[in-house]
Design a protein around this ligand. Structure first.
Ligand code: GLU
Length: 276
């Protein structure tokens, strides 16, 4: 039995890239679950969640109920976070994006690269400095001290069914943000918890998240969670070779439906079978 899931965030209407990802997950598993990743309440909208159900049904997909909605489980993420904190693996980071860019530039790095790694400015702040900043109401993020965390677990591996066994390299992401003040869950923390709770044994998602999987493997080890296999699928590109994304204004599935496109055609063009 292979349990897979599709885990969209309801921050906009789905487009063909999401359709590919959902169909990939469905085709890779024998049981197929759905999860609504709506921890970022500032960007998520109920109407987009309703749109997800409509669009997936239009594509001929069916999923097991109940659907897991992350915003219903914030206390669980807070508990995971507290476990890591109790082991001294988290620290408060008060840096703004601009602070981080400046630090990296000063050290001779490229400030705006996607791969910019947090330079560790707040990693060793004195306790009274931290307390003073917190008391003054400063905003902060909670970062994982990745070197310390990796030293706790020792070397780890994970299996990508396409790319083979990988040596976990969580340091590639640096000290990742796991939570923010008054906001106990980052994507990384919630995703590993939920995949465990939902019994997902094959995580499928785009190659853009391949590097994140190194960190997820470390979090699973730290939190005693089940370790699935992974598959990272290609990303769909538009005709200019850019990644299909909501922001780039690519046609949504709702637009395609409204213009009378046959969903069967879309599913088949994406390389899958239409099952209705
Ligand atoms: N919510 C994530 C996204 O929209 C899902 C990533 C994953 O499948 O782990 O990209």
């Amino acid at each position: 039995m292979t349990v897979t899931r599709f885990a969209p965030s309801p921050t906009g209407r789905l487009h063909r890239g999401h359709a590919f990802s959902a169909l990939f997950a469905r085709a890779a598993g024998t049981r197929f679950l759905l999860r609504i990743e709506d921890t970022d309440r500032t960007r998520c909208r109920p109407a987009f969640e309703a749109g997800i159900y409509e669009d997936l049904a239009w594509l001929g997909l069916d999923w097991e109920r109940p659907v897991r909605r992350q915003s219903d489980h914030m206390a669980e993420y807070a508990a995971s976070l507290a476990k890591l904190d109790a082991r001294g693996l988290l620290y408060k980071c008060f840096c703004t994006r601009a602070d981080i860019a400046r630090e990296i530039e000063a050290a001779g790095g490229a400030p705006h690269g996607d791969a910019a790694i947090y330079p560790g400015t707040c990693r060793h702040r004195a306790a009274d400095d931290v307390a003073e900043r917190v008391a003054s109401g400063a905003a902060y993020a909670l970062r994982l001290d990745v070197a310390k965390a990796a030293a706790c677990t020792g070397p780890l591996e994970w299996r990508d069914r396409d790319a083979g066994v990988q040596k976990a390299r969580p340091e590639l992401l640096g000290d990742a943000v796991l939570a923010r003040k008054e906001f106990p869950a980052s994507y990384h923390l919630a995703v590993v918890h939920d995949d465990h709770v939902q019994g997902i044994d094959l995580v499928t998602r785009g190659t853009d998240l391949f590097v994140a999987t190194h960190l997820h493997r470390l979090l699973q080890a730290l939190l005693g969670l089940d370790v699935p296999d992974w598959r990272h699928h290609r990303l769909l590109l538009d005709t200019d070779g850019r990644r299909l994304a909501k922001r780039a204004g690519s046609a949504s599935l709702a637009d395609l439906r409204a213009s009378g496109v046959d969903p069967k055609k879309i599913v088949m063009e994406l390389g899958f079978e239409y099952n209705i």
